[in-house]
Unconditional design. Structure first.
Length: 725
């Protein structure tokens, strides 16, 4: 892409029109299904087709968000019919999170560009290269990437890169958040996030409360505003500057677009891009959350990035805001942007009149009634010009017209008007025709019914995060088939880990970090073979970057995917099986029935453990106290005094926020066995040795002797019973 694109959000047709009027080159919008903003006023059916045509007539692009995870029945029965009319209408690209959806679209909708959503959590070159191999044309990397990391992706791939430059930020890496899903059933991965991150929390370090009411919004980032960084962002290789805000009002979108349009134009013209105080105030007045920050382009985390005070706008600011909104409505919304057209009417007595209408590099010519000699009511130049000009509420406005007529003649006004209407419609079709596609051939695909055979497990898989957990598991009397050892634990004391591994018949897999940035990729690439030599049988990959790196090292057959590498449908399962992975982990947002629709012969089910709700580049300890680069465990308490544990992982510089209760499918052994999983897993994260031994004993009885002894423990069933919308 030679041109730098300004990409605007639209949660409605009205917002799309406002964004285009304000200068957006492209707009991203959702339909009635499968978008990450399910509660926006998304256009449906014919209105969405009309939105596509509206953008194309004005030379703009429109991208469709299909950036959620799809369940098996949705991808099998609904996705094709949803996309087909939009594909035929000429949608310019789809933004996709689900790798199964990506594969399905590539197969069924040839030539439709696919953009990898930020929900895919692409953090580096290897994940980007994998997507490029799969036919993706553009990647929207994780927002937590630095300019240097973005530059590396551009340098080592031919992918277009799109980044967010303005708007709200998630506290968690996008696509890895289960907070809303687990506490309320509204999944962010399904476009229904309830935003628990925007609520107040008390923070405890042991028994000591380390924040106050003034700094209670510890999970709420400020909005980003990177307008001062536009030159550096563009020069890092970015081709599309994206504004967030599909839930915002049209006035907000138009206002933000107009300011960014101004400075992008200045940059492209080689002029100064120093941002005026007035324009900064406009952006602040449109919307801010405790002010702005410049996102992660030059900073990995920090308190200045957070809206911990959650200040409310003053009455004065609200009045200023309403005045600004009124000005924006007047400038960009009260009159739709029309397409400039030129018209030429040729009139010769005794011959059909000819009307030529031109716009956007296209011309159409139609003939109308025969011009007759004037008898009583001759038509002159001005009258005919008036008829040609009368495009009214159509997409066009005549900015230049010519009436070529030698003498006054007579023409029925009704027929002249009809000629103009026909010509307008013909020009409209001529401009839209290049975008339109034929209905693709669809070969009959017969989905082979799933036949999950009842499982007969002969042992557990267990994840361990501490040395005392590791010892408790190795020394227990219960059958352990596989142990996943956290990489951070192994790096702390590899000698002790190897001693525990020695002489055991158990399989050992190294559990890789939840997020892998560029500075850690080289270490893993260089050390992976050494880990296998140390006695590990394979790896647990938790993100696309890790899987793609291991595949580059020809280690995919020794790679087990964790639940965070999403496989919520058989297409996604097939994507990874076709690329040689050893196995995968059951999605944690599907219920029992939905899990039964998948092929589970090489899938493990997690039956116990504290679920990670958030993986964040931010650090709660650093933001409420200080950073000493030492691991820490904090507790957040919500308004109901429910505790959530936060672990600070300094070795890879991220925080993990855990659910308040552990998952425990203690009584669900028979239901789980019917689903055909190849194994079941216990995950130890926050437990001490005594708790780990107690849980092992409890589940060994329930899954071995079939005797359920809960011993007063309280568990959540996660989504095994309820699922998500």
């Amino acid at each position: 892409m030679d041109k730098i694109e300004l990409l605007a959000p639209a949660g409605s047709f009205e917002t799309l029109k406002a964004a285009i009027s304000a200068g957006a080159d492209a707009v991203y919008i959702g339909g009635e299904r499968f978008g990450a903003r399910a509660f926006a006023d998304n256009p449906q059916g014919d209105e969405l087709v009309a939105a596509i045509e509206y953008a194309h007539l004005r030379g703009r692009k429109i991208y469709l968000t299909v950036n959620t995870l799809l369940k098996e029945q949705e991808i099998e029965k609904e996705l094709y019919d949803f996309l087909l009319p939009l594909y035929v209408a000429g949608i310019d690209a789809v933004i996709v999170q689900d790798l199964g959806v990506m594969q399905y679209i590539s197969r069924h909708f040839p030539g439709l560009p696919i953009h990898a959503s930020t929900q895919m959590t692409v953090t580096g070159v290897y994940g980007a290269k994998l997507l490029e191999e799969c036919g993706v044309s553009r990647v929207i990397p994780a927002r937590e990437l630095s300019l240097e990391e973005i530059r590396a992706i551009r340098r080592e791939t031919s992918l277009e890169i799109e980044v967010f430059v303005h708007g709200a930020l998630c506290y968690c890496y996008s696509g890895m958040c289960l907070f809303s899903s687990m506490i309320g059933g509204r999944s962010g991965n399904r476009g229904r996030c309830a935003q628990p991150c925007r609520l107040p929390y008390r923070v405890f370090d042991g028994d000591k409360e380390v924040n106050s009411k003034k700094t209670a919004y510890v999970l709420s980032p400020r909005d980003m505003c990177a307008i001062r960084l536009l030159p550096e962002i563009i020069e890092s290789g970015v081709c599309s500057l994206k504004i967030e805000g599909r839930m915002k009002k049209p006035e907000y979108t138009a206002g933000v677009v107009s300011v960014y349009r101004k400075y992008l134009n200045r940059y492209l013209a080689g002029k100064s891009t120093e941002v005026s105080r007035k324009d900064e105030e406009i952006l602040m007045d449109l919307y801010n959350r405790d002010g702005f920050h410049e996102s992660y382009f030059k900073q990995h985390n920090g308190r200045r990035m957070m809206a911990m005070e959650n200040k409310k706008a003053s009455d004065k600011a609200k009045a200023r805001n309403e005045k600004l909104f009124s000005e924006i409505r007047s400038e960009y919304m009260e009159k739709e942007l029309q397409v400039p057209a030129e018209a030429k009417l040729v009139v010769r007595q005794g011959k059909p009149v000819k009307l030529t209408l031109s716009a956007g590099g296209k011309s159409v010519e139609l003939t109308g009634p025969v011009a007759e000699p004037a008898k009583s009511q001759p038509l002159g130049h001005k009258q005919l010009e008036k008829r040609v000009n009368k495009t009214g509420k159509t997409d066009f406005v005549v900015v230049k017209r010519e009436v070529d007529m030698k003498k006054d003649i007579f023409l029925p006004i009704k027929e002249v008007n009809q000629l103009r209407r026909d010509c307008v419609e013909a020009l409209r079709e001529a401009l839209l025709a290049p975008y339109r596609r034929s209905i693709p051939e669809r070969s009959a695909e017969e989905q082979v019914p799933v036949e999950n055979k009842r499982s007969h497990w002969k042992g557990f898989s267990v994840l361990v995060s501490t040395m005392e957990q590791f010892k408790a598991v190795v020394e227990c009397e219960y059958p352990i088939k596989r142990i996943y050892v956290e990489l951070s634990l192994y790096r702390e004391d590899s000698s002790a880990c190897r001693r525990l591994m020695r002489g055991q018949k158990t399989e050992y897999y190294l559990a890789l970090p939840h997020v892998l940035h560029r500075q850690y990729v080289n270490d893993l690439r260089q050390e992976a073979a050494g880990y296998l030599a140390d006695g590990f049988d394979g790896f647990l990959a938790r993100n696309l970057e890790e899987y793609a790196l291991l595949r580059r090292l020809s280690m995919e057959k020794k790679t087990w995917l964790d639940y965070s590498v999403y496989t919520m449908n058989r297409e996604a399962q097939g994507f990874f099986r076709g690329r040689g992975v050893e196995g995968m982990t059951a999605p944690v947002e599907l219920n029992q029935k939905e899990l039964g629709e998948l092929d589970n012969h090489d899938v493990e089910l997690i039956i116990y453990g504290y679920q990670v709700l958030m993986v964040s580049a931010q650090c709660t300890r650093k933001n409420t106290a200080f950073c000493d680069r030492k691991k820490a465990v904090l507790t957040l308490k919500d308004r109901k005094n429910v505790p959530f544990t936060v672990q600070c992982h300094c070795d890879f510089c991220y925080n993990l926020l855990y659910n308040s209760l552990p998952l425990g499918l203690l009584k669900e052994r028979d239901e789980a066995a019917q689903l055909g999983f190849c194994g079941v897993r216990l995950q130890f994260t926050l437990e001490d040795a005594r708790e780990a031994k107690s849980v092992l004993k409890m589940f060994a009885k329930a899954y071995g002797d079939k005797r359920v002894v809960q011993q007063g423990r309280i568990f959540t069933h996660g989504h095994f019973k309820r699922g998500v919308e």
